[in-house]
Design a protein around this ligand. Structure first.
Ligand code: SF4
Ligand code: SF4
Ligand code: SF4
Length: 231
């Protein structure tokens, strides 16, 4: 069987998504039986070859990185945005922490992206699912559930009912509601779910006396965070 030639590249990032992949340990070794990893800065691998699949972590913060992502696209058959930095330029986090003045462009401002893995960091199970599909020549399809659907199945106590903000009702699932399981509200790192009703969500927050963050009102005006779609 032809081994997929894979490169993992970093732009401006904390490399937390790559750490999620490395944390797979034995299961990553199983993946490596089926792929030929030719580039990964963290592992000291560097070959500027053409690749079947390029995983790109991080956002574009300079003209040099804009050139770099175009160059990577030029020698990749499939390009995957790895994590929230790459697919949304960390729009939510940048706003929440008041750092919206820094340049933090998502990579699809410069190149076509075939797939993206959501989250900050990515979910390692979802990475395995995607790479397995690619190894078998299949298209990857991400979860269409919201975080709420996963949270309810896990029988977590709802944070909204306790008066805390949680974006689970409008956020795409796939993370097994991990923040809620750790008693923290979802901050929406996986982007908007399909066909979510933001107005109704805002109304329900008001009815519970939870203050509405300004970025939620901003979402009513147009496409929100993580609006690009996996095919
Ligand atoms: S998405 Fe989050 S974990 Fe991944 S590189 Fe960006 S900041 Fe780090
Ligand atoms: S805690 Fe959040 S994700 Fe869980 S059910 Fe309530 S709103 Fe939904
Ligand atoms: S619960 Fe929300 S913030 Fe936490 S990982 Fe899932 S999508 Fe991201």
């Amino acid at each position: 069987m032809h081994k997929l030639k894979v490169g993992i590249y970093s732009l401006s990032s904390c490399e937390g998504c790559i750490v999620q992949i490395l944390n797979l340990e034995e299961r990553l070794l199983e993946v490596l039986n089926h792929v030929d990893l030719v580039e990964c800065r963290v592992l000291g691998l560097k070959h500027d070859d053409e690749v079947d699949v390029a995983f790109v972590e991080g956002f574009v913060s300079s003209d040099e990185e804009a050139t770099k992502i175009k160059e990577i696209r030029g020698r990749s058959r499939i390009l995957i945005a790895l994590g929230d930095c790459a697919y949304s330029g960390m729009r939510f986090v940048a706003k929440d922490f008041g750092t919206s003045t820094i340049r933090a462009d998502p990579i699809n401002m410069y190149v076509n992206v075939d797939y993206h893995l959501r989250g900050c960091p990515i979910d390692s199970e979802e990475f395995l699912s995607l790479i397995s599909d690619l190894i078998h020549g299949k298209k990857f399809k991400e979860s269409s559930k919201t975080v709420c659907s996963e949270c309810i199945l896990l029988e977590n106590k709802c944070l909204l009912d306790k008066g805390f903000l949680c974006l689970g009702p409008i956020t795409r699932g796939g993370c097994n509601a991990i923040c809620i399981a750790n008693n923290k509200g979802c901050f929406g790192c996986r982007g908007l779910g399909d066909d979510v009703n933001i107005s109704a969500f805002i109304e329900s927050l008001k009815s519970k006396g939870i203050s509405i963050p300004s970025y939620l009102l901003g979402l009513l005006k147009g496409p929100g965070y993580g609006s690009s779609q996996n095919s």
